[in-house]
Design a protein around this ligand. Structure first.
Ligand SMILES: Nc1ncnc2c1ncn2[C@@H]1O[C@H](COP(=O)(O)OP(=O)(O)OP(=O)(O)O)[C@@H](O)[C@H]1O
Ligand SMILES: [Mg+2]
Length: 232
C-alpha cells in the first residue's frame, strides 16, 4: 500500500512545495521511489519536472482538475503500489486539499514563525482532526517550522513560539532552515543531492544535513502521534 503524505496549509508561501521537494530527495536518497502529485493550479512541481533533470525514481503527476477526479484516480491507481506519494497543495482552502487530507497517512504542515502562519497552521490541524473523525482513523498532522534563520531568533519569533506552545500544539525540531540550495533545487530542476557541484560544498552539505534531520523528525512525530492516538 502506498504511503501518502500531504503538504498542506492555507497560508501561501509557507514552504509546502519546497518541503515536498526536500522529502522527495530524502526518499530517493534512501533508495525509494516517489510519486509527487501537484494539485496547485500554478503547477510548481510540474514546472520543476519539465526541466527533465529529475531521476527516474521521481514521477510528477498533474492533478489540478478542480473536480478532484484526477487526484482521486491517481490515488486509486497508486493504492496497491509500494511508492511513497507526496501531494503538494495550493495555499488556499479548497476541495482538492480536503480530498488529499482525507486520503493521507500523514499531513505535513509547514509554517513560518509568524502569527499569520501559525493561525493558518492551527486551522489546518483542526481540519485534519475533523477529517480523522469522519474517517474513523487518526490522521497524524505534523507542524514543521520553515524558513527559519539558523542563527538569529527574534523577540517576535519567541513570542509566537510561546503562543503556539500555550495552545498545546507541538512542532518538530529541527526546523527547515533558510538555505539557498533549497531555492537552487527549483532553478536547476534537480533534487537536493543532485545539485550542481559548483554550489558551495559546505553550504550544500549543511542543507543536506538539515533535510535529513527534518524528514527523520517528521517520520518520528507521525509515529508518535499514531501511538498516542492508539493508547490515548
Ligand atoms: N527553507 C527555505 N530556504 C530558502 N527559501 C525558501 C525555503 N522555503 C521556501 N523558500 C522560498 O519561499 C518561497 C515560498 O516557498 P514555497 O513555494 O515552497 O511555499 P508554498 O507554501 O508552496 O507556497 P504556495 O502557497 O504559493 O504554494 C519560494 O520562493 C521558496 O523558494
Ligand atoms: Mg506551493
Amino acid at each position: 500500500m502506498a504511503t501518502v503524505w500531504t503538504l498542506a496549509s492555507t497560508k501561501g508561501g509557507c514552504g509546502k512545495t519546497t518541503l515536498t521537494a526536500i522529502i522527495a530527495g530524502e526518499i530517493v536518497r534512501n533508495g525509494g521511489t516517489v510519486v509527487l502529485i501537484d494539485t496547485d493550479k500554478n503547477t510548481p512541481l510540474m514546472r520543476w519536472a519539465a526541466k527533465n533533470r529529475l531521476p527516474d525514481a521521481v514521477t510528477v503527476l498533474d492533478a489540478t482538475d478542480k473536480s478532484g477526479r484526477e487526484l482521486t484516480d491517481a490515488l486509486q491507481r497508486l493504492k496497491d503500489s509500494r511508492s511513497f506519494v507526496l501531494i503538494d497543495t495550493e495555499g488556499t482552502r479548497n476541495m482538492l486539499t480536503g480530498l488529499a487530507v482525507q486520503q493521507s497517512s500523514v499531513v505535513v504542515i509547514p509554517m513560518k514563525w509568524s502569527e499569520l502562519d501559525v493561525a493558518e497552521a492551527l486551522k489546518i490541524q483542526d481540519f485534519v482532526a475533523v477529517a480523522s473523525q469522519a474517517r474513523g482513523r487518526p490522521i497524524p498532522s505534523v507542524i514543521v517550522p520553515s524558513q527559519v534563520d539558523a542563527v538569529i531568533e527574534s523577540k517576535a519569533q519567541r513570542a509566537v513560539k510561546k503562543a503556539l506552545a500555550d495552545t498545546g500544539a507541538t512542532w518538530i525540531d529541527p526546523p527547515v532552515l533558510t538555505k539557498s540550495p533549497y531555492v537552487a533545487m527549483f532553478t536547476e530542476g534537480r533534487l537536493l543531492h543532485d545539485l550542481d557541484t559548483t554550489t558551495n560544498s559546505q553550504v550544500l552539505q549543511n542543507a543536506k544535513d538539515n533535510a535529513h534531520a527534518v524528514v527523520k523528525a517528521i517520520g518520528k512525530a507521525a509515529v508518535e502521534f499514531a501511538h498516542a492516538s492508539a493508547t490515548g
